[in-house]
Ligand binder design. Structure first.
Ligand code: UD1
Length: 386
């Protein structure tokens, strides 16, 4: 049976990389508002460490400074995952947590889940069951394995359940709660920074976007890690930029590869306005003000759906099919002719407007917090570690 003292241990909430913060911020607030206020400890693995990818976002999202920072930094997948595991395990000895909460699909998500499950600490995975069915994506491996070992699987869309059941996961572990990203988005909207202001702050004339703009985000290895692919993408963006100015906050991985492959000239195409990575309030303002968003990010596909802004996803697949079926998302893959045609259609007044998916209502954090605290105090929690 579960040791009753251990059952009262803190909830370890893990973040590692940028997209994790938007999910954890509202959840921490909701856990703090629960009647019996379970203790939480925020653990940052340090996977992302640049100011713009890290502290600035913490401030924008109202995330408290982490209680623990594991400072793992960058590395190959093996090195990064192993470092997180090695540095996370002692926390389980030091704090005897009642549970570990992980979000999303980054290397830190899988690393901490693996450590916890082998120490018989229950794992709750937020954003479970999403599948691109593309095992060349590192995130797909992280999703598959995290879901296999998690005790509680909180899903953002109903279709995730079928994915999990197909993989042999007991449906009793799966809980459809909605999308935490939208909680953060709704909280930030009133404070969103207008695109013109962001542009001016970066030293560009705001008049450059007086007749509309597109927003670009690209960082997936499949798009930016091979020189030919990246060069073709940059040329396609230059062609789109000739019709509609494109604002592009460059992810450090993308910037590093552009320089490494000698492609910096292509970034200077007229109509391409490159920016450093932006804060969350700036990004929300850029997405909200954009005519169209071109992206390979998972979170941006969801945020544009919630904002009703057309999104063209530069990937062959998406693990978030609801954004295509109900939202504003269109998969473009590498068909750059289709990309230009789609941008033209949107500029001419077309483009998907979509509707808000079920439970993307800004109240997901409260649902998870209520369920998790009830689960922890129930006999079922004891069963997991029996
Ligand atoms: C990671 C996640 C990805 C997520 C993305 C959001 C994995 C496998 N990938 O990808 O799912 O969508 O974060 O940004 O976990 N770097 C910096 N500063 C930093 C962090 C990284 O310059 O603070 C550079 C380094 O050169 C590093 C590279 O970016 O090698 C990649 O960083 P990494 O965290 O491994 O993956 P991301 O591409 O950021």
């Amino acid at each position: 049976m579960l040791d009753p003292i251990a059952a009262r241990g803190p909830i370890l909430c893990v973040v590692g990389a940028r997209p994790n913060y938007m999910k954890m911020a509202p959840l921490l607030r909701a856990l703090a508002a629960e009647p019996d206020r379970p203790r939480t400890l925020l653990v940052h693995t340090g996977q992302h460490y640049d100011y713009a990818l890290n502290e600035r976002l913490f401030a924008d999202l109202g995330l408290p400074p982490p209680d623990v920072n594991l400072d793992v930094g960058s590395g190959t997948h093996a090195v990064q995952t192993a470092e997180v595991m090695k540095r996370f395990e002692p926390l389980l000895d030091a704090h005897a947590p009642s549970c570990v909460v992980v979000v999303g699909d980054v290397n830190s998500t899988l690393a901490c889940s693996l450590v916890a499950v082998k120490r018989e600490v229950p794992v709750a995975h937020v954003e479970a069951g999403l599948r691109s069915f593309d095992r060349t994506m590192p995130e797909e491996i992280n999703r598959l394995l995290t879901d296999q070992v998690a005790d509680l699987l909180y899903t953002t869309e109903r279709g995730a359940l079928a994915n999990l059941v197909r993989e042999g996961i007991d449906p009793a572990r799966v809980h459809f709660v909605g999308n935490l990203m939208i909680d953060s988005l709704q909280a930030a909207l009133p404070r969103a920074v207008a695109a013109e202001k962001t542009l001016a702050a970066e030293g560009h004339p705001p008049g450059a976007i007086a007749r509309g703009f597109g927003l670009v985000t690209l960082h997936r290895p499949s798009n930016v890690d091979a020189p030919d692919t990246l060069a073709a993408l940059l040329e396609a963006l230059a062609a789109v930029g000739a019709r509609l100015p494109l604002l592009w906050p460059l992810h450090p991985r993308t910037r590093a590869n552009v320089e490494r492959f000698g492609l910096a000239d292509l970034l200077r195409a007229p109509g391409l306005i490159c920016l450093p990575p932006q804060g969350y309030l700036e990004m929300v303002g850029l997405m909200k003000g954009a005519t169209v968003v071109l992206t390979d990010s998972g979170g941006v596909q969801e945020e544009t759906t919630a904002l009703g802004v057309p999104c063209l996803t530069l990937r062959q697949n998406t693990e978030r099919p609801i954004t295509v079926e109900q939202g504003t998302n269109t998969l473009i893959g590498r068909d750059f002719t289709a990309l230009r045609a789609a941008v033209d259609a949107i500029v001419a007044g077309g483009g998907k407007r979509g509707r808000l998916p079920e439970l993307w209502d800004g109240r997901t954090a409260g649902r998870i917090a209520a369920h998790l605290t009830a689960w922890l105090s129930s006999a079922r929690a004891a069963g997991v570690r029996a």
